[in-house]
Design a protein around this ligand. Structure first.
Ligand code: GTP
Length: 370
């Protein structure tokens, strides 16, 4: 069985983390997310994967090679320009030869693909769409079905009074290649606004596959932070590399922890990390490789990418710091702040409430403080 992973989006909602790193390559528990996807597809019986790439393609090639490290055959196909979700699969149509899994590259789910495939065959479906239930359907594209689970209608971000179901498109499909005859070649074309409405008109059978599997779109800052939490508290299975060194504290290699530091899990410490005197690190927190945490820092719900440094007395809560950034002493980084790669902040800055700094930003002492 083959799978196509759509990885060509710009990941605008997750900027600045996606300025230098394509969204599917951003680290989750210090491992590029796409690696976990490939491992999972292999475990689900997939033997060949096509990555439909558009943006920062070389990053995929260098990291993933030919897929042999995942026991998969991997094709990395670059689009000449963004083709949209359906257009991207049309672009690699010649590689398809039967029902194919098509997956958004930013969805964390433990959906059972083999059960979905059995359902697809049983219904003689041409397109099967995985569905997940959400609390607030007004923010999503809803999928309405009849009693036999055949798709009847799509509703994009309806008003509350128009809501007829809480089931949304979960970004995982099984598609028979023949339906790509409806997709115009060399054009931008989407599944939700293009191909699927056409299939409703032509009468090609399209079914919904609701599931209670874990599901989240990692492509928003808050969900990116939350998914770390969910993995660390065991809500979703995600193999990570650390060895346990204390109760719910894992290290990925040699780490230096000052004896007076207090660490309350779940916490993951990247190889080569250093934690200074008097620090308090409260989980869920993840330090990338070679992070340096100065004396008396307080971290809770923080995600630090490789090589970040915190000066003395920094407080960091529910926020992300990109690669090789340095935060000056006594700064506060809190409540969804996102610091891009290679930023240098002087002492006593205060960044809160979702503030974002683009890669390479330099801030002097107290440049942002209120
Ligand atoms: P935002 O800009 O934050 O909305 O993210 P995005 O660009 O990734 O868009 P979205 O989350 O809607 O895309 C869903 C999936 O389709 C993601 O895995 C994208 O990488 C992928 N995708 C979106 N547009 C394209 C495209 O034009 N080509 C390819 N190959 N993939 C795409």
């Amino acid at each position: 069985m083959k799978a196509v992973i759509l990885v060509g989006g710009l990941g605008t909602r997750l900027r600045p983390l996606t300025c230098n790193t394509p969204k599917p390559m951003i680290p989750l528990l210090n491992q590029p997310f796409i690696e976990w996807m490939l491992q999972r597809l292999h475990d689900e019986g997939v033997s060949e994967v096509i990555l439909a790439v558009q943006y920062l393609a070389d990053r995929f090639r260098t990291t993933l090679g030919d897929g042999s490290q995942f026991n998969l055959k991997l094709h990395i196909v670059e689009e000449p320009e963004p083709r949209g979700t359906a257009g991207a699969v049309k672009n690699i149509e010649q590689l398809l030869d039967g029902p194919t899994f098509v997956l958004n590259g930013d969805v964390m789910t433990d959906l059972n693909l083999q059960e979905m495939l059995a359902f697809h065959h049983d219904k003689r479906s041409k397109v099967t769409i995985a569905l997940t239930a959400v609390d607030d359907p007004t923010q999503f594209g809803l999928v309405e079905m009849n009693g036999d689970q055949r798709v009847q209608r799509f509703l994009e971000k309806p008003r509350m009074e128009e809501v007829t179901t809480n089931l949304i498109n979960a970004g995982t499909y099984i598609i028979e290649p023949e339906v790509f005859r409806y997709v115009p070649p060399n054009q931008f074309y989407m599944f939700e606004r293009g191909l699927f409405p056409v299939l409703l008109q032509t009468g090609d059978p399209m079914y919904g596959f609701p599931s209670r599997a874990y599901w989240t779109d990692i492509g928003k800052p808050q969900t990116y932070i939350d998914v770390h939490h969910d993995i660390l508290i065991g809500k979703v299975r995600y193999g990570f590399r650390g060895t346990q060194i204390a109760d719910r504290v894992w290290s990925e290699g040699e780490v230096t922890i000052h004896p007076s530091a207090q660490i309350v899990g779940p916490v993951v410490l990247g190889a080569g990390s250093m934690i200074g005197r008097g620090c308090r690190i409260i989980g869920p927190t993840v330090l990338g490789p070679r992070c340096q945490i100065g004396a008396d820092c307080n971290l809770e719900g923080g995600i630090l990418w490789e090589g970040s440094q915190l000066g003395e007395g920094v407080t960091l809560r529910h926020s992300v710091v990109g690669r090789n950034s340095s935060i000056g002493a006594n700064s506060l980084i809190a409540e969804g702040a996102i610091i891009g790669d290679e930023c240098i902040l002087g002492p006593e800055n205060r960044l809160e409430r979702g503030i974002r700094l683009w890669p390479g930003t330099l801030l002097g002492e107290r440049a942002i403080s209120f």
